[in-house]
Design a protein around this ligand. Sequence first.
Ligand SMILES: NC(=O)c1ccc[n+]([C@@H]2O[C@H](COP(=O)([O-])OP(=O)(O)OC[C@H]3O[C@@H](n4cnc5c(N)ncnc54)[C@H](OP(=O)(O)O)[C@@H]3O)[C@@H](O)[C@H]2O)c1
Length: 379
Amino acid sequence: MTPKGSCLEAVKIAIDAGYRHIDGAFVYFNEHEVGQGIREKIAEGKIKREDIFYCGKLWNTCHPPELVRPTLEKTLKILQLDYVDLYIIELPMAFKPGDALYPKDENGKFIYHKTDLCATWEAMEACKDAGLAKSLGVSNFNRRQLEMIMNKPGLKYKPVSNQVECHPYFTQPKLLEFCRQHDIVIVGYSPLGTSRDESWVNVSSPPLLKDPLLNAIGKKYNKTAAQVALRFNIQRGVVVIPKSFNPQRIRENFQIFDFSLTEKEMKEIEALNKNVRYVELLMEEEVKDLLFQKIFCPALNKTKFTSLEVSTEVKKKVYPAFKIKKTLDAGGISDSHLNTYILIPANEKLSSSRKIEHLIGTLHAGGILAKALTFNNST
Ligand SMILES: NC(=O)c1ccc[n+]([C@@H]2O[C@H](COP(=O)([O-])OP(=O)(O)OC[C@H]3O[C@@H](n4cnc5c(N)ncnc54)[C@H](OP(=O)(O)O)[C@@H]3O)[C@@H](O)[C@H]2O)c1
């Protein structure tokens, strides 16, 4: 999402700088500017349509098979293009279809929709057959969800790519290996560590571009930490889609093909992995709840848990854990704005200045990494 008009300029500057892959989505609300930028550059004779690789995305409210083609047609109408090069399912879960892109109930909870991803995929395949999309992919899919599509009886086209968060602090080694084995290209989003917008980014992980190693390696090659982060991914076969609306940084992010990192440097950067995402897909809260009940509760039942309203200061220090189910003894005050909670034992006094005592556990299931934390009383 971008200030009006800025996207058109950025697209034209990017094309002039040499970019050909443009990552877009209906929910970015700027596809009209992207389309205009591409068409203006074609009219100028700078590029031909076939030089551009445009990726569009199917939003969560449009998963029912009968909505897939009309949704893509709407995107093409906005872009004023005849086809997209890649059409991907943006997220593996569906929202209630309708005009509201983020449908919520009276309690402010997202309204989900039972979705058969295989049926959605078949409708995607029909779009390719109709020539509206050159190829098909997915985004934010984990291994299990990818396998579900790939093992679908009568599969016509397998996903060519999976767009997921990927950068030196979240290197995705297992998913990358799985995708390599199955010829699925990983497209790494937020490759620079995001814009750190607190409304959708977990800012408890330190800023990627301030990393001392990335900066030190950059110094050696007369490059910036951003260029090193991007080079790291492309050198291991991960496509990068950095976002910038600043002309200088747009050009800077393209200057990554005139140097290469040594094997030792690649290994050192790989070791920066923290296995923590920046991008918080907040609509997954309820999915997390389900996983919590299923996996965590048996282990935690011995202790009574409650919730604590977390001050902004504390939020910055810790990774937000699960939204607590009302069925747990939720004696604390909820933060209805961010819907992020930290689990603490109920028998401890509530204080927003507590420090983390220990990690109860780490959950990595359904593509979600989450942590449950306890606090001590010392401060
Ligand atoms: N599929 C999904 O669910 C999903 C989720 C998130 C993102 N994405 C895609 O991935 C793209 C990129 O991800 P992102 O926007 O989250 O994060 P990003 O590209 O990692 O970071 C963007 C931020 O970095 C800044 N920046 C850009 N180049 C820089 C440089 N050379 N030095 C220092 N700062 C720099 C930008 O500011 P300036 O603009 O001021 O330069 C912006 O604040 C998105 O545009 C979107 O297409 C997809």
